[in-house]
Design a protein around this ligand. Structure first.
Ligand code: ZN
Length: 154
């Protein structure tokens, strides 16, 4: 079964792709226009509006990143956990309520939270304007070194 999403034909499309030996870059446009992105899984007949996954777009190898647009009144239609990945939610715009294991908390622009794989999570936009948030998904305990232990001045 193909569980991956791809950008739908009718979706807004990333622009100005540039690729080199050691990079790949695209322009996604302004976040306020993000509701026009649509990802789909044809095999499962699923469409996801206002969401863009960056893993395939940038050939990521260590994480999945999504950028999400939640219109007024949007509520994630399910609760979910993960098998092995932790998630970091970064709220870029708007306000809402995040629920983990039945505990509800207010989130707003500038809120960042990490959810362990077993955390049963969902969220909703409870404000009167759109929410924009980013989710970084990465395998727990996979990071071996970072910042000054990994960077090299050349
Ligand atoms: Zn998730």
């Amino acid at each position: 079964m193909n569980t991956q999403f791809e950008i739908a034909k009718e979706s807004k499309q990333p622009q100005n792709t540039a690729e080199g030996k050691n990079f790949k870059k695209v322009d996604l446009g302004g976040f306020t226009d993000f509701g026009k992105y649509i990802m789909e899984n044809k095999e499962l007949n699923m469409k996801n509006e206002g969401k863009l996954f960056l893993h395939d777009l940038l050939n990521l190898t260590g994480c999945e990143i999504s950028i999400n647009y939640a219109p007024v009144g949007y509520k994630v239609p399910f609760k979910h956990t993960h098998k092995q990945n932790e998630e970091v939610y970064i709220i870029l715009k708007g306000k809402g309520v995040f629920e983990i294991d039945g505990e509800k908390m207010d989130i707003q622009e500038g809120s960042v939270l990490r959810v362990a794989p077993d955390g049963v999570r969902t969220m909703e936009n409870t404000s009167d304007s759109e929410m924009i948030f980013m989710v970084i998904q990465t395998k727990t305990n996979s990071l071996e070194q970072f910042t000054l232990t990994d960077a090299q001045i050349v």
